[in-house]
Design a binder for this molecule. Structure first.
Ligand SMILES: *[C@@H]1O[C@H](CO)[C@@H](O)[C@H](O)[C@H]1NC(C)=O
Ligand SMILES: *[C@@H]1O[C@H](CO)[C@@H](O)[C@H](O)[C@H]1NC(C)=O
Length: 824
């Protein structure tokens, strides 16, 4: 049938998700019917598209008989005709985006052919878009590197999203997650597509947010609405917009002096908010004084400040320096470092002697200042607190009166004789830990003071001397020691001028002032003096001098220098004495007794008697011990009347001395008998007269010599008196002067010899000599003109004194006379 039918349009909406059927009915009045269906995409297989039979006005039989079928030029059969029901269903998934892409509207067409008769029906199926695609970004992440210095207003175009859906289902809008820095601006391309860009509206700060994570959401207008998201990762690029900053504006630290090189003192730290090289900090010391620069060093990288030189508290107690931190971009910060140096006890005290007196006198009272010392310690605090003491236990002490000044004083009495020298060690110690100390030895000498008297080595001196000694013989040596020194210990010996038996003892002995040798001045006679006691003084040379006394006892020993003396019978010159023996005398008749004495003592005085000669030896005997003369036989008439016996009296000395005595014995019964017999004795008178003559002659000679002597002695006396005045006025040390010559003139003449000698003395040569001589002819005093002042006195008297062994009694009496009047 070819009829032109008005085009009728039916549109049906099934607004539900699953199926939307739009039926358009075109009824064509001319040849064939034309049908148009609208169907949403993505319908399930078998979903009804339209009732074709009804729409074409064909009944089901006709479809069956006409073997209706779909003819299409395409490979894919999207639709299927169900002939039995006359409906058109979805045969294959219809994807609008695949079928048409962006073309809209989207439709496809096919024909339904009927046979018998042939009928051709054109069917157009419009595929309606369904929002089955979300907007999709090509990448899931957008990486952006944006410098933090980017200016406000900078634009960053973002990737667009794509949505294959069309129309309202297509991409409608972009949304950016809220943030502080960016806003989104959307633009439309000439082709109608949309794109977005981010506009910086507030500057970025890498230091606050080095990364920004945003999301860009693209939404479509479908229902339900679909969206696509892309992550925008913004990496904020650093700009050196931050200076380093120290974490402390002032660092305080301390360092021990003498700390080893490399010791860490403090580590400074600065931070830089920038990253990378902009945040890479190097440290340096700035504006340091050169002395500090040598002592300290800083590690550029770590900021560790360490010791680089000798830290000396005594030089610097504190270091102050600035440290700069600098990043690579040249931004800096600086900080102050204050380092206190801690003192270490590395300085020993120093002892300075301000004054020191040596020697010190031994009589200095305790508390005498010997020295002043000053002690310094360079350290401070306890390390510099010094105490001072004396190391040994000595009689000294250290007193502190002023700070750092000490006086060194004696603490006890000193005695040079005990300790003459001290090595005083003064120790100064500080209070550090460990303490340091300094020692100083003071050699202190103690000077002598004459505080010790000489001391004799013996409390009493005894010496023995045999009588008849030579004058000048040395008797003994006294010795006194003085523990003082030098002049104070120079001992001189003097004889204490005491009297001995009426005469000065100096007449008997002398002592050598220097050597202490005691000499006999004269010869001693035991029979006169048995012992001699005197005092010797030892005196030192100090000022004032000190002295001590010692008693010296000289014991004179006997010598057999006296012959026995016969007391009876008396030996008279003229008269004749005879013992009478009667002729009737018996044997053992005691005729007489010879009585003798010996002034010596002991053995020397032990007498024995012997008959030496006798007229008749057979008649008499002499008792050896008692000297008794006895008859040893009966006297007979034949015996002569006159008997003469010579008895020898001997002492027992060595050698022995003897005396003889003549004993006349008359053997007679009557006195006349005796007289007649003894007339022959008278010739002895002649002998006596001769003797008298000699005596008178001798007296004359002696008298002459005596007068000569008197003259000589007087002149000597005057001379000596003048001389002693000279001596007094000289300033020579007073040395006892002993008369040069003594002889034993005092006694009874028991000395057999008289000596004449010279005494030579020197005042300073410490020598003393005695010369003995028997001859001399001068009586002079010689003063040596040289300063040594040698004095020599030679005195000699040529006199009868010099003559030995004068047999005369008169001579002894003369001696006595001279000695009494002119004793020296
Ligand atoms: C003191 O020291 C000196 C020098 O070391 C030494 O010669 C002397 O003998 C010492 N004296 C004493 C009393 O120790
Ligand atoms: C020594 O003796 C003399 C006299 O005999 C006396 O005057 C003197 O004081 C004595 N000296 C001493 C130290 O005893």
């Amino acid at each position: 049938m070819a009829s032109q039918q008005p085009l009728c349009k039916w549109r049906l909406y099934f607004g539900l998700q699953r199926v939307t059927i739009l039926v358009l009915l075109f009824i064509c009045s001319d040849v064939f019917g034309q049908i148009r269906y609208s169907v949403p995409e993505e319908m399930k297989k078998g979903s009804l598209i339209g009732n074709v039979a009804q729409d074409l006005g064909l009944d089901l039989n006709r479809l069956r008989s006409g073997r209706a079928r779909i003819v299409t030029g395409e490979n894919i059969q999207y639709t299927e005709l169900k002939s039995d029901k006359g409906v058109l269903v979805v045969n294959e998934r219809i994807d609008r985006e695949q079928l048409c892409g962006e073309v809209t509207p989207c439709s496809f067409s096919f024909e339904i052919i009927l046979e018998n008769p042939v009928e051709l029906h054109h069917i157009t199926i419009e595929v309606l878009d369904v929002n089955d695609h979300p907007p999709v970004f090509k990448k899931s992440d957008i990486m952006l590197d944006i410098s933090e210095s980017a200016n406000v207003g900078a634009r960053f175009v973002l990737d667009s999203a794509e949505d294959p859906d069309v129309g309202v289902n297509g991409l409608q809008n972009y949304v950016l997650t809220t943030n502080d820095n960016f806003v989104l601006k959307q633009h439309v391309n000439p082709d109608g597509s949309k794109y977005a860009e981010m506009v910086l509206q507030r500057q970025l700060d890498r230091e606050k947010a080095p990364h920004l994570s945003l999301k860009l959401i693209a939404v479509d207008g479908g229902n339900p609405q679909r969206s696509g998201t892309v992550n925008i990762d913004i990496n904020v690029l650093d700009v050196n917009d931050n200076a380093p900053v120290f974490n402390q504006s002032v660092y305080k630290a301390s360092v021990i002096e003498n700390a080893a090189i490399g010791t860490n003192i403090v580590t400074v730290n600065a931070t830089d908010a920038d990253s990378g090289s902009n945040g890479y900090i190097t440290y340096s010391m700035s504006n340091v004084k050169s002395n500090i620069a040598e002592l300290l060093s800083i590690d550029q990288v770590s900021g560790a400040l360490f010791v680089a030189g000798p830290i000396d508290f005594e030089k610097d107690k504190k270091y102050e320096l600035r440290i700069d931190a600098k990043d690579q971009g040249g931004l800096t910060d600086s900080s102050k470092v204050i380092i206190d140096v801690i003192d270490v006890n590395d300085n020993a005290p120093i002892i300075n002697v301000m004054s020191f007196t040596s020697p010190v006198s031994e009589d200095s009272p305790p508390g005498t200042t010997i020295g002043i010392i000053n002690i310094k310690d360079l350290d401070s605090g306890e390390n510099g607190q010094v105490s001072c003491r004396i190391e040994q236990n000595l009689p000294f002490k250290i007193k502190s009166n002023l700070r750092n000044y000490y006086t060194f004083v004696t603490d006890a009495a000193l005695d040079r004789e005990m300790v003459s020298e001290y090595n005083v060690t003064v120790v100064a110690t500080d209070a550090g830990n460990p303490p340091l100390s300094t020692k100083r030895v003071f050699n202190l000498k103690v000077s002598d003071v004459n505080d010790n008297a000489p001391v004799f080595s013996q409390s009493v001196y005894n010496a023995f001397i045999t009588e008849n000694n030579s004058p000048g013989v040395s008797l003994l040596t006294v010795k006194a020691e003085d523990s003082d020194e030098n002049q104070n210990a120079r001992v001189s010996y003097f004889l204490e001028n005491s009297k001995f038996e009426g005469s000065p003892v100096s007449h008997c002995v002398s002592v050598n002032a220097e050597s202490g040798v005691v000499h006999a001045v004269r010869s001693f006679d035991y029979e006169q003096v048995k012992h001699l006691v005197f005092v010797i003084k030892a005196q030192d040379g100090g000022s004032p001098p000190l002295s001590s006394n010692v008693t010296v006892k000289i014991i004179i020993q006997d010598q057999n220098d006296n012959a026995p003396q016969v007391l009876y019978p008396v030996q008279t010159g003229g008269s004749l004495v005879a013992e009478m023996v009667p002729r009737s005398a018996d044997v053992g008749y005691l005729v007489t007794k010879v009585v003798a004495v010996d002034v010596d003592s002991g053995q020397n005085a032990w007498l024995s008697y012997k008959l030496q000669k006798a007229t008749d030896r057979a008649l008499f005997e002499v008792g050896l011990q008692n000297g008794e003369v006895r008859t040893i036989r009966q006297v007979t008439d034949k015996d002569a009347v006159k008997q003469r016996l010579t008895v020898i009296v001997e002492d027992n000395g060595q050698p022995s001395r003897s005396a003889t005595v003549i004993v006349n014995v008359a053997v007679a019964d009557s006195f006349p008998e005796v007289l007649s017999e003894f007339t022959d004795f008278t010739h002895d008178k002649e002998y006596n007269e001769n003797l008298t003559f000699y005596l008178v002659l001798a007296l004359a000679v002696v008298s002459f010599l005596f007068i000569t002597c008197v003259v000589v002695i007087i002149s000597v006396k005057i001379y000596r008196w003048r001389q002693s005045r000279i001596l007094y006025h000289s300033n020579l040390p007073v040395i006892p002067y002993y008369p040069p010559r003594y002889s034993d003139t005092l006694g009874t003449g028991t000395l057999p010899h008289v000596y004449n000698y010279e005494v030579c003395r020197t005042t300073d040569s410490r020598k003393s000599d005695c010369k003995f001589g028997r001859a001399g002819s001068q009586n002079v005093l010689i003063m040596d003109p040289s300063s040594t002042g040698t004095m020599q006195r030679i005195q000699s008297e040529k006199s009868i004194l010099d003559e030995p062994d004068s047999p005369l009694e008169l001579k002894h009496q003369l001696f006595e006379f001279i000695a009494l009047r002119f004793s020296f």
